[in-house]
Design a binder for this molecule. Structure first.
Ligand SMILES: [Zn+2]
Length: 320
């Protein structure tokens, strides 16, 4: 490992399963990356911070740090100081920004991961040039952000954009948040897998082979792969997920009237399998659809690096 050289800006994205760090240049390009497994939620918090510091230093490769941006999968306070709560991490009110600054001796900034992904798409991805855009990230659940003139709308407490927990079905399916009928129970990676497992009970599908006969082993990427091969069960599992996506987006569009809707997150890798039924449902359910411009609904462009790139952008666009 060499030392010295020009100072670098590092973005790091910590989710429930992995820590991805990268050196991000002025153009938003990632020049080197480092990966760690997230230690989990039942560990002491310093172990999670160890993983972050290791990944940051590895990708920097001995070069001095000009600054570090952190995208965290959790609720970050409006000042960007603390992770208040994270479903898959042990942090509760953790003063992460200051802790990392002390350990790294470099300026550190912190934001929610969906906000970071949206910021990256606004500057370097699918929402480039849009005056307003709604970002919906579909992973295990649903997250998101609203962009106005390239800036993320944070809300009074920094918690805007938790679209996945809008109630869409009164007394509907129970949600991990403790309530019922949340949108992400009908449109998310988890909903996709649940649909596939239910359909597999009495229908022939290539998924039976893919999961070695155990439906508990079915994953979202498996369902996507099978649907891309035209498997009828996998395609049938996608249809309601896409439909519910469009129904929820229609409510958000009714409230916010964005120029563009960008769908990101792991499930968006399915492309038109997801987006076509969503577009149809958006046109069908948006209030006044025949008399207004229905916003375009497009896939995100930056993939799994969006959070990391958007975290680095915190340093370059400190006010956004
Ligand atoms: Zn919920």
């Amino acid at each position: 490992m060499s030392s010295g050289g020009p100072a670098v800006v590092v973005g790091v994205d910590i989710g429930g399963t992995k820590v991805l760090a990268g050196v991000v240049d002025n153009a938003g390009s990632v020049t080197s990356t480092a990966l760690r497994i997230t230690p989990g939620r039942r560990v002491v918090t310093s172990q999670v911070e160890d993983a972050l510091v290791e990944a940051i230093l590895e990708c920097a490769g001995g070069r001095p740090l000009a600054g570090v941006g952190v995208a965290a999968a959790g609720f970050v306070d409006s000042r960007g100081e603390r992770v208040m709560f994270a479903p898959h991490l042990p942090w509760q009110g953790e003063p992460l920004r200051q802790l990392l600054e002390d350990r790294l001796g470099s300026h550190v900034m912190l934001d929610n991961d969906a906000n970071c992904a949206a910021r990256a798409e606004a500057h370097h991805g699918a929402a480039r040039g849009a005056s307003s855009a709604l970002m919906v990230t579909m992973g295990t659940g649903i997250g998101g952000a609203l962009l106005l003139d390239g800036r993320v709308l944070r809300g009074a407490n920094g918690m805007a954009g938790e679209f996945g927990h809008m109630q869409v079905v009164p007394d509907g399916r129970p949600c991990e948040c403790g309530r019922n009928g949340c949108w992400e129970q009908y449109s998310s990676g988890k909903a996709l897998v649940r649909n596939a497992r239910a359909l597999m009970a009495d229908r022939v599908s290539m998924l039976h082979d893919m999961c070695d006969g155990s439906t508990a082993r079915v994953t979202g990427p498996m369902v996507t792969a099978a649907a891309e091969e035209g498997d009828p069960v996998a395609c049938a599992a996608f249809a309601p997920v896409g439909d519910w996506l469009g129904v929820g987006v229609a409510s958000l569009v009714a409230a916010l009237d964005p120029e563009l809707v960008v769908i990101g997150g792991g499930v968006s890798a399915a492309g038109d399998l997801l987006l076509e039924p969503a577009r149809a449902a958006l046109r069908r359910t948006l209030v006044g659809a025949a008399h207004r411009v229905v916003p375009e609904l497009v896939a995100a462009e930056l993939g799994p690096q969006a959070g990391m790139i958007g975290a680095a952008l915190l340093l370059r666009h400190r006010a956004s």
